[in-house]
Write a protein that binds this ligand. Structure first.
Ligand code: 5AD
Ligand code: SF4
Length: 461
C-alpha cells in the first residue's frame, strides 16, 4: 500500500491535542504517517475549537488560506473535525465548499472509514451524528512519544454543568468516563515509551467515574495512577470548584507523584455574576477551597480562568473580581473577554457589556495579575527546583526547557548532555525570573538526578 502523509493542525485545548494524537493512531492502519509539512501532505486535518468567538474565526481564516492549495492539488483531502465541525456541520461545507470531510467530536472513531470513502469515491461527507457518545474512544495503536517526557491522557469527556456561557455540553456532550483499566494501561504504555509525566484531562476531571459506575472515582483513580512504576509526575486539568471534594484535596498531601499545582477556574469574583453564569458556587465557597488546598499543600500553585465583560457585569462586579484576584494571589491567570456562542443561554441575556469596556477590564486585570505573577516567580530566585526536562527551548536552542513541580517553565543551559536529559528530573538553581518563565543552572555533582519522589521546592542555603 502506498505510504501517505497526514498533517494535523490542532486548535484549542489539551482535549484536542489528545484527539489529534488519536487521529494519527486511527489513520496508521490506512498507511498515513504524520508530517509537519503541510505542502507534503496527502491529507490535512484541522482539529477545531469553538469555545470562544475568536477561536472560531481562526478556523475560517485557516480554511480560507487552503482554498488555493486545494485548487492546485485537487487530490489533497481536507478534513475538519472537533467542536466547530460538531457545531456547524453542513453550514461549514456551505461556507467552505473545498472541505472534503466534516467530522464532529462524536465521529472521531469513524474517521478512517470517512477518509476511505473520500479516497475511493471522491465525495464530500458530513458526519455530525452524536452516536458513539456513550463511551469515550479508546484507540489502540502506535504511541507517538519519541523524544517526549510528558503526555496528555483523556480520562473523561463532556460536561453536565451547563454554565450559561459555555458550548461544551452541546459540542462535546454529557459527561462520560473511560474505564480505569484502559486509562492505566495507556499510561503504562506511555511510561514504557519514555513518558515521565502525565496530565489527566477532561472538561471536569473531578466528575470522573461519578456516573458510569466503573467503581472508581477521581481520587481513587489518582491513587492507582500514583502506583505506576516509572511514572514520576501526575497533573490533571480541568477542575470545577463545585466538584472539588475534600478527598481530592487530601490527595495533594498523600500522593507523592501528584504535582503541587491545580487549575481551578473561578470565572468571576462576584456572587451575582457567578449566579448568572450558573456556576453553582459562591465567592466565599471558592476562597474556602483555596484555603483548604493551601492548608494541605502550602507550596501549591493555583491558576484560574476568568471571563471579563459577561452580560450584566457591572462595575461593582468587576471590582469584586479584581479584589478576589488580589486576595487569592494566583500563580497565573487565563483571561477571556466574554463572547456570545451559538445556542448558549447567555447569548440571549440583555445588558451586554460594550467591547471597549471589556477591553478596559481585561487590561486592568492583566496588569494586576502580571504584577502578582512576577512577584511569585521572583520569590523563586535562589531556590533549587526539580525540573523535568522536556527538550530544547524554543526561544534559545542552546538551552534546555522543562517545568518545575508547580508547572512553571524553567530554562537552563546544560552543554554536556543536551537532549540526552529529556525525561530526567534535575535540580536547577533559579537565578532569574520573568513573567512567563524562570532561568537557572543545574546544580550538584554531574547534575545528579533527583530520586523517584516528587517533593516541592527546596530552598538553597
Ligand atoms: N466567552 C468567553 N470565555 C469563555 N470561556 C468559555 N466560554 C466562554 C465564552 N463564551 C472561557 C472560560 C473557560 C475557558 C476554557 O474559556 O473561562 O474556563
Ligand atoms: Fe463549560 Fe466548564 Fe461550565 Fe462545563 S463546567 S459548562 S466545560 S465552563
Amino acid at each position: 500500500m502506498k505510504q501517505k502523509r497526514v498533517h494535523i493542525v490542532t486548535m484549542g485545548c489539551q482535549m484536542n491535542v489528545y484527539d489529534s494524537e488519536q487521529m494519527l493512531r486511527l489513520l496508521a492502519p490506512l498507511n498515513y504517517r504524520p508530517t509537519s509539512q503541510q505542502d507534503k501532505a496527502d491529507l490535512i486535518l484541522l482539529n477545531t475549537c469553538s469555545i470562544r468567538e475568536k477561536a472560531e474565526h481562526k478556523v475560517y481564516s485557516f480554511l480560507g488560506r487552503l482554498v488555493r492549495m486545494k485548487r492546485l492539488r485537487p487530490d489533497l483531502i481536507l478534513g475538519v473535525g472537533g467542536c466547530v465541525a460538531q457545531q456547524e456541520g453542513y453550514r461549514l461545507v456551505k461556507r467552505a465548499p473545498h472541505i472534503d470531510i466534516v467530522f464532529g467530536t462524536f465521529a472521531l472513531g469513524r474517521l478512517p472509514s470517512l477518509v476511505r470513502q473520500v479516497e475511493d469515491q471522491k465525495k464530500q461527507i458530513v458526519d455530525v451524528d452524536p452516536r458513539g457518545a456513550s463511551e469515550p474512544l479508546c484507540v489502540k495503536g502506535p504511541v507517538f512519544a519519541a523524544g517526549r517526557a510528558t503526555a496528555f491522557v483523556t480520562i473523561m469527556q463532556g460536561c453536565d454543568h451547563f454554565c450559561t456561557y459555555c458550548v461544551v455540553p452541546y459540542v462535546r456532550g454529557r459527561e462520560v468516563s473511560r474505564r480505569p483499566e484502559e486509562i492505566l494501561e495507556e499510561i503504562r504504555l506511555l511510561v514504557e515509551n519514555g513518558i515521565r509525566e502525565v496530565t489527566l484531562i477532561g472538561q471536569n476531571v473531578n466528575a470522573y467515574g461519578q456516573k458510569n459506575g466503573h467503581g472508581c472515582d477521581f481520587p481513587a483513580l489518582l491513587e492507582r495512577v500514583n502506583d505506576i512504576e516509572g511514572l514520576r509526575r501526575i497533573r490533571f486539568t480541568t477542575s470545577h470548584p463545585k466538584d472539588l471534594s475534600d478527598r481530592l484535596i487530601e490527595a495533594f498531601r498523600r500522593l507523592d507523584k501528584l504535582a503541587p499545582h491545580i487549575h481551578l477556574p473561578v470565572q468571576s469574583g462576584s456572587d451575582r455574576v457567578l449566579r448568572l453564569m450558573n456556576r453553582g458556587y459562591s465567592r466565599d465557597y471558592y476562597l474556602k477551597k483555596v484555603a483548604k488546598l493551601r492548608n494541605v499543600r502550602p507550596d501549591i500553585a493555583i491558576t484560574s480562568d476568568i471571563i471579563v465583560g459577561f452580560s450584566g457585569e457591572e462595575k461593582v462586579d468587576f471590582e469584586a473580581t479584581v479584589d478576589l484576584v488580589r486576595q487569592v494571589g494566583f500563580d497565573s491567570l487565563f483571561l477571556f473577554k466574554y463572547s456570545d456562542r451559538p445556542n448558549v443561554p447567555a447569548a440571549k441575556f440583555s445588558n451586554k457589556v460594550p467591547e471597549a469596556l471589556k477591553g478596559e477590564r481585561f487590561s486592568t486585570l492583566l496588569e494586576v495579575q502580571g504584577g502578582v505573577t512576577l512577584k511569585k516567580n521572583k520569590a523563586l530566585v535562589g531556590t533549587t527546583q526539580e525540573v523535568l526536562v522536556e527538550g530544547l527551548s524554543k526561544k534559545s536552542p542552546n538551552q534546555l526547557t522543562g517545568r518545575t513541580p508547580c508547572n512553571k517553565i524553567a530554562n537552563f543551559t546544560d552543554g554536556a548532555l543536551g537532549m540526552a536529559r529529556v525525561g530526567r528530573i534535575l535540580p536547577v538553581r533559579i537565578v532569574e525570573a520573568f513573567s512567563h518563565s524562570l532561568l537557572g543552572h543545574p546544580v550538584g555533582k554531574g547534575h545528579g538526578e533527583y530520586p523517584g519522589k516528587n517533593g516541592g521546592m527546596s530552598h538553597a542555603a
